[in-house]
Write a protein that binds this ligand. Structure first.
Ligand SMILES: Nc1ncnc2c1ncn2[C@@H]1O[C@H](COP(=O)(O)OP(=O)(O)OP(=O)(O)O)[C@@H](O)[C@H]1O
Ligand SMILES: [Mg+2]
Length: 242
């Protein structure tokens, strides 16, 4: 970790709806995330995990409070500025992989690196095949999504997110649709991207076991961060027992 502050959130509050339909999804959350950190967010369903991640990723805006990414103030930024922020700095990984069925693994990743390459703000996309090797899919470059297992498809999605060299990977239940063994391979891929590329990662999960591999664990309940644990010696994904 470089000691550089990546995200700083203060008093983040999100209220959905009005009147009796009102839901307070986030209640004055304060959060500092350092560059290079691998953070896991745990919490029961409805505790505000996705809401927090979406606000950090510029996919949603808070009702109150502030969030900054490095020296960019995200709160109140225009839709164009948020789009540019997402494109340049954030790699998203969701529960379902959203690969394009008619393109091979390599082409799915290339789609993103080609876009990045044509972006005047880009700072050099990664070689798509190299990104796939990073996630252990060097021997699956020419496979179509239908020819890949769920875990392999998710690793293509991670390669796609990594290949544009984001500063942070924001992952919402990346192992949610996978079994234990497969989930571990996905975690290994994320951890490698974090260690070898220095890419920060925020990973939402319901699985307490995953927390052991994080540098830091945030526990959420009812829209608040109710606890933070620092792992001085995070364990390797392969050593996890769920
Ligand atoms: N677009 C929306 N409109 C109204 N309420 C919403 C909306 N999105 C989320 N909520 C509510 O905000 C609360 C927090 O939702 P959020 O999706 O952040 O929870 P979560 O911790 O990610 O849950 P899960 O583990 O089930 O994914 C929930 O009570 C949810 O119903
Ligand atoms: Mg969620």
């Amino acid at each position: 970790m470089s000691g550089e502050l990546l995200f700083r959130a203060r008093g983040l509050t999100k209220v959905y709806g009005t009147g009796t339909a009102q839901v307070v999804a986030l209640r004055a959350v304060d959060l500092d995330l350092m560059a290079g950190e691998f953070v896991v967010i745990l919490g029961p369903s409805g505790s505000g995990k996705s809401t927090l991640l979406n606000i950090l990723g510029g996919l949603d805006v808070p009702s109150a409070g502030d969030v900054t990414f490095r020296d960019h103030v995200l709160t109140g930024a225009s839709e164009n500025a948020l789009t540019q922020y997402r494109r340049e700095h954030v790699g998203f990984v969701f529960q379902f992989y959203n690969l394009i069925p008619g393109l091979t693994a390599l082409e799915n990743v290339q789609l993103v690196t080609d876009l990045t390459r044509n972006d005047p703000h880009e700072r050099g996309a990664e070689d798509p095949a190299e990104a796939l090797r990073l996630v252990g899919l060097g021997d699956r470059l020419d496979f179509f999504p239908a020819q890949l297992s769920g875990g392999e498809q998710q690793r293509v999605a991670i390669a796609r997110a990594v290949a544009k060299r984001p500063d942070v990977l924001l992952c919402d239940e990346p192992t949610g649709a996978l079994d234990f063994e497969t989930g571990i391979l996905v975690l290994e891929a994320l951890r490698r991207a974090n260690r070898e590329r220095g890419t920060s990662a925020v990973v939402i999960t319901h699985n307490v076991g995953i927390a052991a591999m994080a540098d830091r664990v945030l526990r959420m309940r009812s829209g608040a961060v109710i606890g933070t644990t620092v792992n001085a010696a995070p364990c390797e994904p392969a050593d996890l027992s769920w």
